[in-house]
Design a protein around this ligand. Structure first.
Ligand code: TYM
Length: 354
């Protein structure tokens, strides 16, 4: 029996990148593994959410996100636990204890921290501490697999390092999450039918999914991007989707092929098409091989995304707030029990409790 765990912040509505990179694969993994007896924890990192600006009401964002999982096909059962981070105080307690194990050097090397703090005279302390709270989220539940997008892989490595250092100093308390290459392979089982090349970089190393910014395909599609045309939101209507995809940045090579290095914009569109229609990436690449009209590809991707979002939004509208609140109540009871037990073990190990 293993534990699989992930979280998505609610600073704004999820983008198509969050959906294809995290929410949809996690839903598929949750259904598959919970049915074979594994534990699946899906939580809302609301404490991570308040680190940066929040669009709208956090509690409504939480309900919306859980509805998104349900609309994506999540089938709740006794092995799936859904909870809010701030409703389980052990997360922030363990965060502090891990702060005492983490070093300034390793935390300063986190790319996300560097990107978010760069050029700013002052940024909040929590941006720096972000990955250590993330480590606490994972280690409290002995999670082995943590399905996340590629941008979070460095934080998973840090989590492993902190767990190992803690265990060496205080005794075997934490289970180390799997190495990132194994995490990527595990995630592949969610997109079983997608091609391997999607998860392997130029050196043959396993990588996660990264949906690109439509205006700057060298970057990931990010909900914090200020440029509206750069990201597709899950509530976008067909007109907005068409406008954004038709104006996506491509290149001047005049051929449709999958090459993230030289043609990141076109490759991004091919990848979106594959993931959204559930086809193997190689099939989509084959369909477009030899074609030269970027406009035709954009039109097709816009249609696929619009159809998908229309159906998705209809499903979301059918789910009641009450259903979501019932799931949270049960999930938080479970999470407090499990996390409380682990925290006590940690407190004893470091000498805070007898
Ligand atoms: P957040 O909300 O920033 O991102 C949620 C998930 O979406 C993935 N993601 C993407 N995947 C593919 N393409 C993109 N363009 C893209 N943009 C975002 C992220 O990798 C992530 O998986 N730190 C986490 C939240 C968190 C967490 C945890 C996750 C807090 N504690 C413990 C797992 C375990 C984050 O990035 O959230």
């Amino acid at each position: 029996m293993k534990t699989i765990l992930t979280g998505i912040r609610v600073n704004s509505e999820p983008t198509l990148g969050n959906f294809l990179g995290a929410l949809l694969p996690m839903t598929r993994l949750a259904n598959k593994y919970s049915k074979q007896g594994d534990i699946v924890n899906i939580f809302i990192p609301d404490l991570h959410t308040i680190i940066s600006d929040v669009d709208g009401d956090i509690t409504e964002g939480v309900i919306r996100e859980i509805k998104y999982y349900l609309a994506a096909g999540l089938e709740p059962n006794e092995n799936i636990h859904i909870y809010r981070q701030s409703y389980v105080p052990a997360h922030s307690e363990l965060n502090w204890i891990l702060n005492c194990v983490a070093t300034m050097g390793e935390t300063s090397r986190m790319i996300q921290y560097k990107e978010k703090s760069e050029g700013k005279d002052s940024c909040n302390v929590a941006i720096f501490d972000y990955p250590i709270l993330m480590a606490a989220d994972i280690l409290l539940y002995d999670a082995t697999y943590v399905p996340v997008g590629e941008d979070q892989f460095q934080h998973l490595e840090l989590t492993r390092n902190l767990a190992e250092r803690f265990n060496n100093k205080y005794g075997e308390v934490f289970v180390l999450p799997a190495k990132t290459a194994d995490q990527a392979k595990f995630m592949e089982t969610a997109n079983a039918e997608t091609a391997e090349s999607e998860h392997v970089d130029a050196d043959g190393r396993a990588v996660g999914i990264r949906i690109r910014d439509l205006q700057d395909p060298t970057k990931k599609m990010s909900k914090s991007s200020k440029a509206e045309n750069s990201k597709i939101m899950m509530s976008d209507n067909p007109e907005a989707v068409a406008k954004k995809i038709m104006s996506a940045q491509t290149d001047s090579l005049g051929k449709i092929s999958f090459d993230m290095f030289n043609q990141p914009g076109i490759s991004n569109l091919l990848q979106i098409e594959a993931l959204i229609t559930g086809q193997p990436l190689q099939t989509v690449i084959g369909t477009w091989a030899g074609e030269t009209h970027y406009g035709d590809l954009k039109k097709k991707v816009a249609e696929s995304v619009s159809t998908f979002l229309g159906e998705f939004q209809a499903k979301v509208a059918e789910i009641s707030d009450e259903e979501v609140l019932r799931l949270l109540e049960a999930g938080e009871k479970y999470a407090n029990e499990v996390a409380g037990k682990k925290l006590l073990e940690v407190q004893k190990a470091v000498g805070l409790r007898k």
